[in-house]
Design a binder for this molecule. Structure first.
Ligand SMILES: Cc1cc2nc3c(=O)[nH]c(=O)nc-3n(C[C@H](O)[C@H](O)[C@H](O)COP(=O)(O)O)c2cc1C
Length: 154
């Protein structure tokens, strides 16, 4: 079964760097939420949904897409993000809205990935930004390992 990544990454293309690693390992296409016709998702066995975290949640366009998805029965999916601040509890909270929307449509969330991303939002731009250089080589290695673990599903 094929794998598709639905990505929105605009601030510094941080999440795109992670998605590109996933795409390579999973032999997956990357599409923006606006390019998705919910009907076409039937042909995929595994779906990855990711963006930066903006205001403690995934991008609105991704959340809106999740609202438009047709109900499925245990279709496999995973969630990913980059953000200024990470940590298990914080990421779990930041991912919760997208996770709940997908689960309510019948998606089975196989795993979740998060790492730090360069952030120049708001006043941070006056101090050279936060997390310069992230995602870094180690983050990309973690992304590769994460995708390898999911590979059997597509
Ligand atoms: C408008 C805006 C809001 C943000 N809000 C948060 C936030 O609530 N929590 C956080 O940890 N990072 C926040 N960030 C930082 C981004 O999540 C981080 O830079 C991310 O890597 C951006 O991903 P992208 O380059 O793929 O768009 C915010 C950034 C922007 C531009």
């Amino acid at each position: 079964m094929k794998c598709l990544l639905v990505l929105l990454s605009y601030h510094h293309k941080n999440t795109e760097k992670i998605a590109k690693v996933f795409a390579k390992v999973l032999d997956a296409q990357i599409k923006a939420p606006q390019q998705i016709n919910p009907e076409e998702l039937q042909e995929y066995g595994l779906l990855g949904f990711g963006s930066g975290i903006y205001g403690a949640k995934h991008h609105e366009d991704l959340l809106d897409l999740a609202d438009k998805l047709s109900p499925v029965t245990n279709k496999k999916a995973f969630i990913f993000s980059t953000s200024a601040i990470t940590g298990k509890a914080k990421v779990a909270e930041d991912h919760s809205l997208l996770r709940e929307k997908l689960q309510s449509k019948g998606y089975l969330i196989m795993d979740e990935f998060a790492c730090k991303g360069f952030n120049t939002n708001s006043f941070m731009k006056y101090f050279g930004g936060m997390n310069k250089g992230r995602p870094n080589a180690e983050d990309l290695k973690h992304a590769e390992e994460f995708a390898q673990n999911l590979k059997q599903n597509c």
